[in-house]
Design a protein around this ligand. Structure first.
Ligand code: OAD
Ligand code: ZN
Length: 244
C-alpha cells in the first residue's frame, strides 16, 4: 500500500497536467452517507429516483424534504483528513486541477479555494422564474422564495439525472481531462457519466490513472495504480510524501 502511494507521489510530482476528481466516498469519513452505500436510501427512495426533474415536477415538496434532510446532515459534518490533504496538495502543486462530483461544500470548508463543482452545490438554490442563484442554508420546510424576484418556484442548484452539466465550468473540466497526464479518482463508484468516463479517457490518451477506493469499481482497470483503502488514509499519506 505504502509503495503504491509512493508511486502516486512520484507520478504526481512529475505530471504536467494532473487532475484529481472526488466523489461521495471522500465525505464518507465525515459521516455523510454515500449514494450507493448502505445508508444511501431515504424513505426507501434512491438518489436515482429523487434527483430527477421528473421527481421534482411531480412532487417538489418531497424532493425539497430530501434535500433538507441531506443539508441537515451535512451542516453537522466537518471536512476530514482526505479533504484537508487535497487542500494541501493544491498548495504544493498549484497547477493541479480539482473536480468534485460532491455538492456538500466540504472541500471549501477545508480551505480549498479553487475547484470545479460539476454537480452543483446543495447550499445554493436557483429560481425557475428569473434563473438567479442564491445561497440557501435553510433546512426547514418553510416556503423558500427567490431573493431577487420573490418567486416561490425555486429548486436546489444541483445537477439532476438527465440534465446538462453546468455550462460555465464544463468546458474547463473537459479541457483539463483531455490534457491530463495523471488522473486520480477518489471515492467514486464510477457509475454516473460523464465523470465515470474520465479515467478511461485519460488512459486512452496515455496518461496514468490512480484510484483511491476501498472497493474495486467499474471505472478501474488493471493498468491503474489502485489504492484500496479509505481516502482519509491514502490522501494524508500522499500529502505528507509530497510535502517531505
Ligand atoms: P457513490 O455512492 O456511487 O460511490 C461512493 C464510492 O465511494 C463507492 O465506490 C465506495 O466504495 C467509495 N467509498 C466509500 N467509503 C470510502 C472512503 N472512506 N474512502 C474512499 N472511498 C470510499 O457516489 P459517487 O460515485 O460520488 O450525482 O456518485 C456519483 C453521483 O451519483 C453523485 O455525484 C450524485 C449521485 O447520484 C448527482 O446527484 C447528479
Ligand atoms: Zn427569481
Amino acid at each position: 500500500m505504502q509503495d503504491k502511494i509512493k508511486l502516486v507521489s512520484e507520478v504526481l510530482s512529475q505530471a504536467r497536467f494532473p487532475v484529481i476528481m472526488t466523489g461521495a466516498g471522500i465525505s464518507a469519513e465525515s459521516g455523510i452517507p454515500t449514494f450507493r452505500g448502505k445508508d444511501g436510501l431515504w424513505k426507501n427512495y434512491s438518489a436515482m429516483e429523487l434527483a430527477t426533474p421528473e421527481a421534482f415536477n411531480k412532487n417538489p415538496e418531497m424532493v425539497w424534504e430530501w434535500y433538507n434532510y441531506r443539508k441537515n446532515i451535512i451542516l453537522n459534518c466537518k471536512p476530514n483528513a482526505g479533504h484537508y490533504a487535497i487542500t494541501n496538495l493544491k498548495k504544493f502543486i498549484p497547477h493541479l486541477v480539482i473536480i468534485t462530483q460532491n455538492v456538500d461544500n466540504l472541500h471549501r470548508k477545508a480551505g480549498l479555494d479553487f475547484f470545479y463543482e460539476m454537480h452543483g452545490n446543495i447550499f445554493e438554490m436557483r429560481c425557475l422564474q428569473c434563473n438567479s442563484i442564491s445561497i440557501n442554508e435553510e433546512t426547514s420546510k418553510e416556503s423558500l422564495t427567490c431573493s431577487k424576484c420573490h418567486s416561490k418556484r425555486v429548486r436546489p442548484n444541483v445537477v439532476w439525472f438527465s440534465e446538462p452539466l453546468p455550462a460555465s465550468i464544463m468546458p474547463h473540466i473537459l479541457t483539463a481531462v483531455s490534457k491530463a497526464d495523471f488522473f486520480l479518482s477518489v471515492g467514486t463508484s464510477g457509475s454516473v457519466y460523464p465523470a465515470a468516463g474520465f479515467a478511461m479517457q485519460v488512459r486512452a490518451q496515455g496518461g496514468q490513472v490512480a484510484i483511491v477506493n476501498p472497493e474495486i469499481t467499474e471505472e478501474s482497470s488493471s493498468r491503474d495504480i489502485r489504492i484500496e483503502t479509505t481516502s482519509g488514509k491514502a490522501l494524508s499519506t500522499l500529502a505528507q510524501l509530497m510535502e517531505g
